[in-house]
Design a protein around this ligand. Structure first.
Ligand code: NAD
Length: 264
């Protein structure tokens, strides 16, 4: 029995991950997809043997679709999510959910008004290392939390930015190392440490020819009183694995990439 029927907006790189995941989940069906690029939507529809909708309007008007995956450039996430909610569709929106707080609030409001659910893709929350770290913190194994730090010293070439067209722009990427690449770990550190009370940061564009930041360093205070550091780059060579360090007065856990490398 099919319980949930999916449509995808935006047939680029990440949409393949959504389609492959939907195909693996029992009780779901991938019905169709759309993209402003006619070739992209035709190729995607042919690859997955699904309907190619000619426009977002057409896809949202389809009574065959219950859930819409939004896989477009980031600046379109919130406006499309609001349209999808107003069309009565549930939403799975790629990260970042929105590129401003105001737009994120508009998505939540539209979902509440139309009684639909929205989920943001934050897949790193479900890795084994993060699940263990989160459980350890929630169970109090690290004691009173003292510091929560993330280091995301990544590398992205100039070609990476030039290829997408939308990447590295304020309007469609919404930010750089922090908004696009860094958002995953910024989500994780708040998921683990709790909300942030105050933050101070420097952001710079040091190495790439882009509008947004390729280098950022921030100091934060969490509402629970702990302090922390966020570093994010797409500018350094050769790039390092993501590192998360959480310490309390009874212990420390360090996650490097997807592995716990220290638990003391
Ligand atoms: N969760 C993750 O780890 C992860 C990884 C990669 C990308 N992403 C996110 O996925 C999103 C897309 O990234 P990508 O790498 O697939 O980009 P992409 O450029 O490969 O694909 C975007 C697609 O959207 C289409 N598009 C643009 N405007 C549209 C519109 N108005 N209506 C319909 N289609 C439209 C483009 O033609 C393109 O085919 C970004 O927001 C990015 O942050 C998330």
């Amino acid at each position: 029995m099919i319980d949930l029927k999916f449509g995808i907006i935006g047939c680029g790189l990440i949409s393949n991950w959504h389609a492959d995941a939907i195909l693996q989940i029992e009780g779901t069906q991938l019905v169709g997809a759309t993209d402003v690029n006619e070739k992209a939507r035709a190729a995607f529809a042919s690859k997955y043997n699904i309907q190619a909708f000619n426009s977002v309007e057409e896809l949202l008007a389809s009574e065959d679709i219950d859930v819409v995956c939004i896989c477009t450039p980031s600046g379109l996430h919130a406006p499309l999510a609001v349209r999808a909610a107003n069309a009565g569709k549930h939403i799975i929106v790629e990260k970042p959910m929105a590129i401003t707080l105001k737009e994120a609030d508009e998505v939540i409001e539209a979902c509440e008004k139309n009684n639909v659910k929205a989920a943001v893709v934050s897949q790193l929350r479900f890795t084994n290392a993060i699940k263990k770290l989160k459980d350890a913190v929630d169970e109090g194994l690290l004691g009173r939390l003292i510091s929560g730090d993330v280091y995301m010293k990544f590398y992205r070439s100039q070609e990476y930015y030039d290829k997408g067209g939308w990447r590295g722009t304020w309007k469609m990427d919404g930010g750089g190392a922090l908004m696009n690449q860094g958002i995953h770990s910024i989500d994780l550190i708040q998921y683990i440490m709790g909300p942030v009370k105050t933050i101070f940061a420097y952001t710079r564009t040091l190495a790439r020819k882009i509008e947004v930041e390729d280098t950022a360093a921030a100091i934060l205070e969490y509402e629970n009183g702990a302090l922390g550091v966020i570093q994010a780059t797409t500018s350094i060579y050769p790039g390092l694995p993501r590192r998360i360090e959480v310490s309390g007065d009874k212990g420390t856990i360090i996650v490097d990439g997807h592995s716990i490398t220290n638990w003391t």
